[in-house]
Design a protein. Structure first.
Length: 298
């Protein structure tokens, strides 16, 4: 379809050994397999998820100067893309970007001290006490969502409001120090809290019982989180939706976070000119819009 991004088949030169057997085993999970889905048709780019993430996970506010220097700390950002050929009246596509919790995470492969590891539930966890700040993981992350503490940001404004500042912090989340890498954890503290309650009550975790901070703050209900191993969950159904795609899926790193392409069907008088495709997901939304228009004609 016009505007759709095409790429060669997803194959690897190292998929098989000389004996024909796979060079690595597919990961399997006996328990939960946490994942996230973001519906771009619902997302309005309000940044409420980013603010909620900072408040929940004790992410420091570094100030304008540090952001200009490329030292921002927010775990979740809203990427914006401009579409169309009319530079005076472009279309805008938005996409929340956070750690994708990859099954074959590139960051894990380069850490010399195993400070970023894979859990039995498929989460890409950070062990802050092991991190020595090489930043190899940030260099190897294709999504550029890892953040490095260049300073002890939580103590920069210690005087004269240090004690008052500490009251803002979430006691369930570790406060990171200088020289440590950090990133989105899927609000692992909330996952563990629900797991403990469910275990004590001797019952399975209900679909929708675990709510991440970004999901809780989203006024458009664009974010779904849950167990991908259970096909009946909302997030598993969202992952199976034909509109769903993964960012940089051609790298074969198997991200746990997926996106549902935005559906466009504007009135002809409001339609903006379209480009030939400009990246993952947003090219597909053009195709979706085309299908919708054909259906409207019929």
């Amino acid at each position: 379809a016009k505007g759709r991004t095409h790429h060669p088949p997803l194959v690897s030169l190292w998929d098989e050994n000389k004996d024909g057997k796979p060079i690595y085993k597919e990961l399997s999970y006996e328990g939960q397999a946490w994942g996230m889905s973001i519906d771009l048709s619902k997302c309005i780019g309000c940044n409420a998820c980013s603010v909620a993430c900072q408040a929940e996970n004790n992410v420091p506010v570094v100030g304008r100067e540090q952001v200009i220097n490329g030292r921002e700390m927010h775990w979740l950002r809203i990427d914006r893309y401009f579409t169309g050929e009319d530079v005076d009246n472009p279309g805008i596509a938005i996409q929340p970007m956070l750690c994708q919790q990859c099954e074959l995470a590139p960051c894990e492969q380069v850490c010399p001290v195993a400070a970023t590891v894979h859990t039995d539930e498929g989460l890409n966890d950070m062990v802050y006490n092991r991190c020595v700040g090489t930043r190899y993981c940030a260099n190897n992350c294709p999504y550029k969502v890892r953040r490095f503490n260049y300073f002890n940001f939580n103590k920069i404004y210690e005087e004269p409001r240090g004690k008052l500042q500490a009251l803002v912090l979430n006691p369930e989340v570790t406060v990171r120090h200088r020289g440590v890498m950090e990133k989105c954890t899927y609000c692992v503290q909330r996952i563990k809290s629900v797991q403990i309650v469910a275990k004590n009550e001797q019952r399975p975790i209900k679909d929708g019982e675990i709510v991440t901070a970004c999901q809780q703050a989203c006024s458009a209900n664009a974010i779904e989180f849950g167990d991908l191993a259970d096909e009946s969950t909302r997030v598993a159904k969202a992952h199976a939706n034909p509109r769903t795609y993964a960012v940089l899926s051609e790298l074969n790193i198997k991200p746990r976070t997926s996106y549902m392409a935005r559906i466009l069907n504007p009135h002809p008088s409001l339609a903006k000119p379209k480009s030939e495709g400009h990246g993952h997901g947003h090219a597909e939304e053009h195709a979706e819009a085309g299908h919708a228009k054909k259906a409207e004609k019929h």
